[in-house]
Design a protein around this ligand. Sequence first.
Ligand SMILES: C[S@@+](CC[C@H](N)C(=O)[O-])C[C@H]1O[C@@H](n2cnc3c(N)ncnc32)[C@H](O)[C@@H]1O
Length: 377
Amino acid sequence: VTLSPPQPTDLEPVLTDLGVAVARAADGMRTLIAAAEARRAPPASTFAALAADGLVLLVLAGEPDETELAALREALWPTLHAVAFYRLREGETLRRSHSGGARLAACAVRGTVVALRRREHVLSPESTREKFDANAKGWDDDPASPSYPHFRWMRRYVATFALPKTARRVLDFGCGAGWVGVEAALRTGAQLSAFDPSPQMVENTRRNARGAGVRDVDARVGFGEAPPFAGEAPFDVVISAGVISFSPDRERWLDGLAAMVESRGRLVIADLNPRSHGMKHRRRTKALVPIRELNAATADEVRAGLERRGFAARGRSDYQLSRPIPQLMHLNETKLGGLLSRPLVWLNAAASAGDGLTSGALDVLFDSWVLAFDRRD
Ligand SMILES: C[S@@+](CC[C@H](N)C(=O)[O-])C[C@H]1O[C@@H](n2cnc3c(N)ncnc32)[C@H](O)[C@@H]1O
C-alpha cells in the first residue's frame, strides 16, 4: 500500500501543525507516512507496528470528497481515528480538525492527507484531561445562548428520570460542569458527590453547585475506570450522563460504575445512541466525526453489561429526536436568534415519553438513550 509516500520534508507544514518535528518523523514507528492506492484505506493491520502515541499520515491522490473520506475513516476504525484532514493545494495547505480550520504554508506535494491516531491514544487519560480542560468553559451555562433551554431540558430529563425522592447521597459519575448532579441534589436535598477527569471541570462543578444553592458538595478529580470514591461508602443514587462513550475500556469503566452503587441502590446512565438515523447518516457523509460518536455503546449493550454485574433494569427512554432537532437547533442558533428554542424543547419533551423496557425499532429516531437500574444484591 505504501506506493511511494512523500518524504517528511515534503509534508513539513502538516507535520509542524501536528506538533511533530520533521527529524522525528523519520522514526517510522512514531510517524508513519503511507500513500494509499486508489484512495482506499490500507488494511488496519498495516499499522500494527505503530507506537501507542504514533501518528499516521495517509497521503491520498487528488481531493476525495466527504463520503470517500468518511468511508476511509470507517475502514480504519476502531484501530485508528481520523483527527485532521489536510488539502495540499498550489500555494497553500488547508486543515480541518475538531479544533477548527486553518490555512498553512504549501507542501511540496499535492493531494489530501488524513492524520490518524490510535483509538486508545485519542481516548487516553492524558488526551481526555487536556481536551476537557481546554473546553471546560463551553460546558458552563450561558442562559443567553439559544441552545440553553435544550441543554437544561436534557440534563433535567436524565437527572429526574428515575430519581428516588428519598435520595440521600448522589454521585455524578463524569460530572462535567456538574449540572446533572446539581439538578438531582436540588430536587431531593441529597448530598452531592461528583468527579471528572478534568480538574477544570471539577472546579466548575464546585462553583456551579454552590451558585445553584447546593452547599454539600464533594467534587474530585478521577476517571470512571478507577473512581476516586473507591473504598468509601457506596452511594444510594449514581447518575452518569454522556460519559461511557469517552471510555477507552468499556468493561473496566462499567466495573468502576457498578462498584459505586450501594446494595439496592439506583443507577441511571445515559449516552448517545449509535443506532440513530442521524448518527448513522453523519458517519456516512462527514469526514470529521467526534470520536465519542464512533465509540458510543447501544442501550442494549450497556444494559447487558450492567445485568452481568448484578443490576436489574427498571426503565428506559430514548430521547432527543435525531432528525430534525440537530438541524433545527443549528438554524435556531445561527439564523433565528433563539426563536425556536422553546418549541424545540416541547417537541423533544413530547417525543421522548418513556417507552418502558422494550427496545423497539423506534430507538433509531432518537440520538440518546437513558436507562435506570436497581442493584439486586
Ligand atoms: C459530554 S461530557 C458530559 C458531562 C456531564 N455528565 C453532563 O451531562 O453535562 C463528558 C464528560 O465525561 C468526562 N470523561 C471522559 N472520559 C471519562 C472517563 N473515562 N471517566 C469519567 N469521566 C470521563 C469528561 O471529562 C467530560 O466532562
